[in-house]
Design a protein around this ligand. Structure first.
Ligand SMILES: [Fe+2]
Ligand SMILES: [Fe+2]
Length: 424
């Protein structure tokens, strides 16, 4: 049985099912592990993670101390559903997408393949200490924003499918796109939307000053290596300052995008309103991309996007600005594009487009029948269409059904082009 407990109640012998927070930023071995020794308990406590899911079927149970709450999986599910339902009923503030998703996926594909070299040049410039080409950064930001305005879902979901080698470059673009989309949903003016996109693009520029052998290391990092990675926030801030960048939002996002609402983040452990609004937005966008994309030095995170939204909803109260998180969910959806879902009719499909006015009822391309236990001829079901009774009843792990290469169901052409390019 899964139980969510306070880190204070963690004891040797428990089985950690999931840490509620950015565990990949700390020298914790993996997401899921048997916690055997007092030293391991201490390490989890040091990470700043405050709550943990334990699996009592695989390790010892918690002894409630009456001080720290123990949350059951059922209770947590209800809380998460309530939080996501709130986002679902909130009014949409952005206009309808201007183009079909397929058209924008094609545009997003060429944007990603073309800006990859530009982004790698920006990081190379930052690494060598020469001035970074701000015209280039502005140009990429303008293209990202244009894509987001045409259709906010395409670039964010396609950038997630990058290879681990492209992690940092395309992470910048993915975060830039979701920052711009989030700024629109929050009703910011054009100038602030542009700044949000630019800040997202540059927030990890300090990684240029982290040794590449640490950044690209396969396997677990040491404490010292993790500290070096975490230094990217302060390094990036210094670097942008040296380049003469004075925009307070861009600087603040770079320095504070790893701060957490409850004060457990870094580098300054700021809390709540002490964290600037753009940095609070960046924390949400950055976490989503980090959870869903593959990366070199961790067992591939690569969580499904709907799972990531749910995990973030589970942590939201402690870690994120609630109103910013709600707006983010409104932006990407409860079932973002690329999510694998199970429908009431017994078919499994992948979300291929959102319905901005009904984020629980996206367009789903079904490709598998649970009853027949086999692939079926793909067909798009628009759950948002009037009179459609079918609905999403849950998420599903395609690996459990032996299904592979699911992303090709919704992004085949874009994917072939992306992979071809990064393999070259
Ligand atoms: Fe970062
Ligand atoms: Fe990041």
């Amino acid at each position: 049985m899964l139980k969510k407990i306070s880190v204070e109640d963690l004891r040797p012998g428990m089985f950690v099912h999931e840490l509620c927070g950015s565990w990949w930023e700390h020298a914790l071995w993996r997401r899921r592990f048997a916690c055997r020794t007092p030293a391991e308990v201490a390490k989890v406590r040091e990470s700043g993670v405050r709550q943990i899911w334990i699996d009592t079927g695989r390790g010892v149970d918690v002894v409630p101390d009456g001080v720290h709450p123990v949350v059951t999986a059922d209770q947590a599910r209800r809380q998460i559903d309530a939080r996501l339902d709130r986002a679902a009923v909130a009014p949409r503030t952005v206009p309808e997408p201007r183009v079909e998703i397929a058209e924008e996926l094609a545009a997003a594909k060429s944007l990603l393949t073309r800006s990859r070299s530009g982004m790698s040049r920006l990081f190379a410039e930052a690494r060598s200490g020469s001035a970074i080409d701000m015209d280039l950064a502005e140009e990429v930001t303008a293209k990202v924003m244009a894509s987001v305005v045409r259709h906010p879902g395409a670039l964010i979901s396609l950038a997630r499918l990058r290879s681990a080698d492209d992690y940092t470059y395309l992470h910048s673009i993915a975060v830039s796109a979701s920052m711009a989309a989030l700024a629109r949903q929050l009703g910011m003016d054009a100038e602030h939307i542009r700044k949000a996109g630019l800040a997202g693009l540059l927030l990890d520029i300090g990684k240029a000053r982290v040794a590449p052998q640490v950044l690209n290391k396969r396997g677990a990092l040491t404490d010292a290596e993790f500290a070096a990675v975490r230094a990217h926030a302060v390094e990036g801030y210094a670097l942008l300052g040296e380049m003469g960048i004075t925009d307070p939002d861009v600087l603040d996002v770079c320095l504070h995008h790893h701060e957490k609402y409850d004060g457990t983040g870094y580098p300054h452990g700021l809390k709540g309103g002490e964290i600037g609004r753009m940095a609070r937005m960046a924390a949400v966008c950055d976490t989503f991309d980090a959870l869903t994309a593959p990366r070199p030095h961790r067992e591939s995170l690569g969580m499904g996007p709907a799972d990531a939204v749910r995990s973030m909803a589970d942590w939201a109260q402690e870690q994120f600005d609630e109103s910013v998180f709600q707006a983010f969910v409104k932006t990407v959806g409860v079932y973002p594009i690329g999510s694998i879902v199970r429908l009431a009719c017994g078919r499994v499909g992948v979300v291929v487009d959102s319905n901005p006015d009904a984020i629980l009822r996206p367009k789903v391309k079904v490709f598998y029948s649970l009853n027949a236990k086999m692939r079926i001829i793909p067909e798009v079901v628009d759950l948002g269409e009037r009179g459609v009774q079918n609905r999403i009843v849950g998420r599903i792990d395609p690996a459990a059904l032996g299904l592979r290469r699911i992303d090709e169901v919704w992004a085949a052409e874009a994917l072939a082009a992306l992979r071809g390019r990064s393999a070259a």
